[in-house]
Design a protein around this ligand. Structure first.
Ligand SMILES: CC(C)(COP(=O)(O)OP(=O)(O)OC[C@H]1O[C@@H](n2cnc3c(N)ncnc32)[C@H](O)[C@@H]1OP(=O)(O)O)[C@@H](O)C(=O)NCCC(=O)NCCS
Length: 154
């Protein structure tokens, strides 16, 4: 049976749970971080994020059993947005990122009125490619996957 995944807004109170995956050695190399963040730095980041909820970055907590076990976001550029996500390694391989990506794509199209959602993979990341393909994105060039929706659709 599929694991039950919800998305919700992140708050500074999520700093310790967010830090558990953001600072994880299996995650660090994939997210272009220059150094491992401290809990205090994560709290500052989440405070800024909460203050800019209507800005270009729409980030959501990935919640399973009431715990924040990942993060997923859209970076808006007009009616287009780039999708990115991370899941805590002890939850990998259970369909969490796929469900979160499906929810975020729906949010992007239905709530944000986007017409294109894309993901760019600058390094080899087969699990992540699989996630976006299961969320409906299709490869358009060597590094880019996308899903489009006509602006005329409801
Ligand atoms: C990529 C990531 C989000 C996947 O999270 P997840 O919750 O394990 O993903 P899912 O369980 O929904 O799906 C993973 C899929 O990749 C497949 N997979 C895993 N490792 C793989 C590999 N080495 N080669 C090919 N496919 C692989 C799984 O089998 C699964 O596909 P399936 O359901 O068809 O079997 C997670 O590994 C992660 O957080 N990585 C670090 C951050 C990152 O890379 N983010 C993406 C940048 S946009």
């Amino acid at each position: 049976m599929d694991i039950d995944v919800e998305l919700r807004e992140l708050t500074p109170a999520d700093a310790e749970q967010f830090h558990a995956f953001a600072a994880h050695p299996l995650v660090q190399p994939t997210i272009n971080a220059t150094q491992v963040p401290t809990v205090a730095e994560v709290r500052t980041f989440l405070t800024q994020l909460a203050a800019n909820n209507d800005g270009v970055r729409r980030e959501r907590a990935i919640v399973v059993d009431g715990k924040v076990i990942g993060s997923i976001g859209l970076t808006l550029e007009g009616s287009s947005a780039e999708l990115g996500y991370v899941v805590r390694p002890d939850y990998w391989g259970r369909g969490v990122a796929t469900q979160a990506a499906l929810l975020m794509v729906r949010l992007g199209f239905d709530e944000l009125g986007l017409t294109r959602i894309y993901a760019v993979f600058s390094m080899d990341n087969p699990a992540s490619v699989r996630v976006v393909e299961k969320a409906g994105l299709r490869q358009v060039d060597a590094k880019t996957w996308e899903i489009v929706r006509s602006a005329a659709r409801g």
